[in-house]
Write a protein that binds this ligand. Structure first.
Ligand SMILES: [Zn+2]
Length: 162
């Protein structure tokens, strides 16, 4: 996980296993907090980074790649920061089926928070940077009945992780 335009901010380096935990806890938190269609889309976007489907070690992202929209960027960044806080507060972790190593995952969430806090609209909304990297945006957005996570084009990231 990177913020390419800000090389002074440390990249987040994670094992494949920790990457799965990272994506899962963000997907759980975002799905729990999402109230608008845009917020549901952000939840599904996190979930689309599905190693069970796209392969180990390939699903990293740059914070500029979230499907930010210029007119609502400030609100979306605020939502994303709330999602990170909710993930840090273990929102939905009871549906993970395992207990993540907090001493590993919490520092990664702290690093992501620092990147998102630093993110500016000019970096987030560069022209042509709106396409999803992993599958297409699902239509409609649907929750996995088991995990209460918004599904990506090819199902639920937590179901695929088993
Ligand atoms: Zn599921």
């Amino acid at each position: 996980m990177t913020y390419e335009a800000r090389p002074d901010l440390a990249h987040i380096r994670m094992s494949n296993g920790l990457t799965s935990v990272f994506i899962s806890v963000l997907s759980l938190a975002a799905s729990a907090l999402a109230e608008t269609e845009r917020e549901r889309e952000l939840a599904a976007w996190f979930a689309s980074h599905d190693q069970g489907l796209f392969g180990l070690g390939v699903v990293g992202f740059d914070v500029s790649e979230l499907p930010w929209s210029p007119s609502t960027f400030v609100r979306e960044r605020e939502f994303t920061l709330r999602v990170i806080e909710a993930a840090k507060a273990r929102t939905g972790w009871e549906r993970l089926g395992y207990a993540p190593r907090e001493d590993w995952i919490q520092p990664c969430l702290d690093q992501l928070r620092a990147m998102v806090e630093a993110l500016v609209v000019e970096d987030a909304c560069r022209a042509g940077a709106t396409a999803w990297s992993y599958g297409d945006r699902p239509e409609p957005l649907v929750l996995c009945p088991v995990h209460r996570v918004y599904q990506h084009e090819y199902g639920c990231v937590l179901c695929n992780d088993r």
